[in-house]
Structure formats: structure tokens, C-alpha cells
Design a protein around this ligand. Structure first.
Ligand code: SAH
Ligand code: SF4
Ligand code: F3S
Length: 483
């Protein structure tokens, strides 16, 4: 029977209840809806997904793209030209939110001129009730709003929007649901992010993530292995295992398993060459993991280990559950097991109550560890987190001064750390044509450094040996060595 001739009740009956079948049903339904929209427009319709925030969001966006392509939309990289714009938002710091509001204003003007245009908002910002209230009130032109927990329902929500013509808002507070085997696109053919867990249970006192991403839940190891095997069969050589705290992977599974055990299983996958992961929380970094990293042939020589502060007093107020000494001891153990490892970190400056002495402790850790690079952040007050209610918020000018001093030290050391590889020959995964010079290719070392070297596009996705001839501060200019 033709869909359009079915009664509503008949139509409801044919909707599968179980996932992912239900979403495949809605992909098909949205595809038919889109066909009609394309006929009305007399042309193809395009989409653009703009991603803010971390690698989790980047991976989620690939899932949105996968669904949109199955529905029949064509990708358009210029947001201002697209018929369907989706913002996958981040709310970890205040300036992330401001950027979204700013750009939304502009989009509203563009939408007035394009009758076929739709706008959807999703991601972490949508999990904050005040944000959704503000959008409902002041940004009426938005078509679809959903959150982080029901992102797998994108096709269903989109079909609902297309068929009702009304603004659709669906936000869940939390979920323990993990839906496997939905379509997904990949930005790169040769590397891919793989979620191993969702959510976070750590409640660091400054951080909004546990409130917007919900409780920690690990994917079934079999589903992870199956996904990676499929990726490898499809040409992927490097995976990035993703979670807010990968070191606590598997604790809540019916048959508990450690992150180190998962890594050992992934290492066995034939054809997979490189394994990366992020993020590691220092409190859960086990000796078992350090040992596995030391023995592995595939785990990259890079560990991102956010320290946040070097002051034990501040770490306690941050609810990080390790001390400066514990952190430095971990670094010593990792360097002993994996001498050529590159260490990177995240640091927050200006947490409430941070004194000059506390800040000096942070500088001391930076000097002792000698990070290969560090993301430095100015503390941002997130409403609803315990730190937002703490007294002694540090004045902006003091924070800015500390931030500048920290950045200078981080960059001085990172430059020195980069230079130590001068003259060595290392394996590089070739990722792209250089952005500025089409005669150069850009590749990544196991330790995450970039190198640019003469070559052609046929090298993309291949692992090649490159001599690191000239250090240019934070990257290298090299030349391919044929062995
Ligand atoms: N799960 C990861 C980090 C996720 S958020 C971890 O625990 O390491 C990425 C980084 O953003 C954090 O490491 C922290 O340095 C920074 N960040 C989080 N909340 C912040 C805030 N309120 N202000 C400033 N930086 C913040
Ligand atoms: Fe935020 Fe801490 Fe969880 Fe990282 S571990 S996401 S910083 S609460
Ligand atoms: Fe931002 Fe959400 Fe990631 S708040 S940092 S996009 S988990």
C-alpha cells in the first residue's frame, strides 16, 4: 500500500519498536519526505553539519552525516549555502555557547531568503534547560532541537519535523541505552574514532560534562571489536578509542573488563596498525595499562594525561582525586615503561581560590614533566557545577597574567621537546595534502607530531618512513625514505 494512502493508525502499526530497525524505517520515511521537498524545490537539497567541542562530538557528527546521506541529502561544506544546517554544540566553556548564539543570528537572516532551509541544533548545549528556553523564545526559526542521549533518534525526529512542519524539541535527561549498527560516515577513509564508552561519573567540580552527557556506560567489547574489524576491512589503519575517561572502561559491564584488556583484544585485529585513545584520567591509570602500552606494537607513543592543576590543594577542590606527587609518579612510571612517549595535557588557570603559590605548583609540574604540548584554558564558570558556587573567584586580570605566563612556558618546552627528534627516521601515517603547499604531504608520527614532506596524493592513508630533517617549532619538514 502507498504510504500516503495509509491512515495514521495503520502507519503507526508498521513502525518497528526495536532499534536500530526503527531508525532504518524512519530513514526510509524521511527519504520519501525529502523526495517531495526536492521536487518542490526543483533541485537537490544539501546539508552542512558544523561541529563544536571535542572528539566525541566529532564522532557524533559523523553519525549524523551517515544518516543524512542515506536520507538523500548532499553534503555542502559552506554553511551559508546549505539547505539544512545542523549545529552539534559544546558547552564546556562559556565562549563555546557564545559562538553558537552569534552564528545562529546570522543563520536566521539566511533562512529568511531560502524557503527550503531547515536548522537543527543538538549536542551538549541542548542538555541545559536554560539554553532550550532561550532558543524557544528568541530563535523561533529553529526547526529541530535534540540532545546527546537521543542522537540515535535523529532520523525519527527529522521525519517528524518534515511531516508536521512544526518545531520539534526532544531532550532526554539521561539514558542507559546504547544503539549499535546505525549508519555512519567517516571524515577520513584511513582513520576513525570509535566510541568505547559514553558519559562521565567523575564530577570534577568545574565541569559540566557529567550533567550534559549523563552517567558512564561502556559499550560491549564484542560490539567494539566488530566495529573495528569492519573499519579495517574498509581501509582504516588507525583508530582513536573515545571516552571521557577511557581508563575506567568496562567497570559497569555485566562481565567487567579493564581498558588494558580491551586494548589487548584490539591489538589482535589483523590489518589495524595504530591505536590511539583519549582521554585518560590520572586517577584510573593502572599499572596494567602502563605495562600493556610498553609491550604493544600498535598503541601510539602518545598519552594525553590532563593534569588540570599542579597544586594538590586545588586538585582536591577540583575533585580530581589525585595529588601532584601521585601525578608525577605516574609520569615517571610511564616514561620508564615507554621511554619515547610523548605526553600532552590539559591545564585550567584561575580555578576559584587559586593563589600565586598554587599557580607556581602548576608551572613546576609543567617544567618537571616537560609536555610535548598542552591545551591551556582559562577557568570558565559553568552554572550548576559546584565550582560556580565557590568563593574567591580569581579576578580576570590576574587569570590573564597567569595564563600568558603558563602559555609561554608550555610553548618554550614544547619547542624543545619537538626538536629532540631532529634527524631521526620515523613511521608516518600520511593524512592529507599540505594546506598551504600542494607539493607537500602532511603526515602524523606515532607521537602525534606532524611532518610535511614532498610527495603526492597516492600516499594518503599509507604508512611511510620519513626522515625528520628540519624542526620548525612544533612540526617537521622531512623527506620520504624508501626502504
Ligand atoms: N574528560 C576529559 C576532559 C573533557 S573536557 C578529562 O577529564 O580530562 C576537556 C578539557 O576542558 C578539560 O580537560 C579541562 O581542562 C577543560 N575544562 C572543562 N571544564 C572547564 C571549565 N569549566 N573551564 C575551563 N576549562 C574547562
Ligand atoms: Fe569533566 Fe572530569 Fe569527567 Fe573529564 S573526568 S569529563 S573533566 S568531569
Ligand atoms: Fe563539549 Fe560536550 Fe565534548 S560539552 S567538550 S562537546 S562532551
Amino acid at each position: 500500500m502507498e504510504n500516503s494512502r495509509m491512515s495514521l493508525a495503520e502507519r503507526e502499526l508498521e513502525i518497528p519498536v526495536s532499534e536500530p530497525e526503527r531508525q532504518y524505517y524512519f530513514i526510509e520515511r524521511a527519504r520519501k519526505d525529502l523526495e517531495k521537498m526536492k521536487e518542490a524545490a526543483g533541485r537537490q537539497l544539501t546539508f552542512c553539519v558544523t561541529t563544536f567541542g571535542c572528539q566525541m562530538n566529532a564522532r557524533d557528527s559523523e553519525k549524523l552525516v551517515g544518516i543524512l546521506e542515506q536520507i538523500g541529502y548532499i553534503e555542502e561544506t559552506d554553511e551559508e549555502k546549505a539547505d539544512f544546517v545542523i549545529y552539534n554544540t559544546c558547552t564546556v566553556r562559556e565562549n563555546a555557547n557564545q559562538r553558537v548564539y552569534g552564528r545562529l543570528g546570522q543563520l536566521g537572516h539566511i533562512k529568511k531568503k531560502n524557503p527550503h532551509m531547515m536548522i537543527a541544533l543538538c549536542g551538549c548545549m541542548m542538555q541545559e534547560p536554560e539554553v532550550v528556553e532561550k532558543l524557544k523564545k528568541s530563535y523561533r526559526f529553529i526547526d529541530l532541537i535534540f540532545g546527546t542521549h537521543n542522537i540515535y533518534k535523529f532520523a525519527e525526529l527529522l521525519a517528524t519535523r518534515m511531516e508536521s512542519g512544526r518545531m520539534v524539541i526532544d531532550i532526554w535527561k539521561d539514558t542507559d541505552k546504547i544503539v549499535e549498527d546505525l549508519p555512519s560516515e567517516r571524515k577520513y577513509p584511513f582513520k576513525s574514532g570509535v566510541n568505547i564508552m559514553f558519559g562521565c561519573n567523575n564530577f570534577c567540580s568545574y565541569c559540566i560534562v557529567p550533567y550534559v552527557r549523563g552517567r558512564e556506560r561502556s559499550r560491549d567489547p564484542k560490539a567494539i571489536i566488530r566495529e573495528i574489524e569492519r573499519l579495517v576491512a574498509d581501509g582504516v589503519v588507525e583508530v582513536m578509542l573515545l571516552g571521557q575517561n577511557v581508563n575506567s572502561y568496562g567497570k559497569t559491564l555485566e562481565e567487567p573488563m579493564t581498558f588494558a584488556q580491551l586494548l589487548k583484544e584490539i591489538e589482535k585485529i589483523d590489518g589495524l596498525e595504530r591505536i590511539r585513545f583519549m582521554t585518560s584520567h590520572p586517577k584510573d591509570l593502572s599499572d596494567e595499562l602502563i605495562e600493556v602500552m610498553g609491550q604493544s606494537k600498535k598503541i601510539c607513543r602518545h598519552l594525553h594525561l590532563p593534569v588540570q592543576s599542579g597544586s594538590t590543594r586545588i586538585l582536591e577542590k577540583m575533585n580530581r582525586r589525585y595529588t601532584k606527587e601521585h601525578y608525577l609518579e605516574l609520569v615517571r612510571k610511564i616514561r620508564a615503561a615507554v621511554p619515547d612517549i610523548s605526553l600532552t595535557t590539559d591545564i585550567i588557570v584561575g580555578f576559584p581560590g587559586e593563589t600565586e603559590e598554587d599557580f607556581q605548583e602548576t608551572l613546576d609540574v609543567v617544567r618537571q614533566v616537560r609536555y610535548d604540548s598542552a591545551f591551556t584554558f582559562i577557568y570558565s564558570k559553568r552554572t550548576g557545577t559546584p565550582a560556580a558556587a565557590m568563593e574567591d573567584q580569581v579576578p580576570a586580570d590576574v587569570v590573564k597574567d597567569r595564563f600568558d605566563r603558563l602559555l609561554a612556558e608550555v610553548q618554550r618546552i614544547a619547542g624543545e621537546m619537538c626538536a629532540v627528534h631532529q634527524g631521526s627516521v620515523q613511521t608516518v601515517l600520511v593524512e592529507s595534502v599540505n594546506e598551504h603547499d600542494p607539493k607537500l604531504m602532511t603526515g602524523r608520527l606515532s607521537n602525534n607530531l606532524l611532518v610535511h614532506f614532498p610527495g603526492d596524493e597516492s600516499l594518503i592513508g599509507k604508512l611511510v618512513e620519513v626522515s625528520l630533517d628540519e624542526c620548525r617549532g612544533f612540526y617537521y619538514i622531512g623527506r620520504q625514505i624508501c626502504i
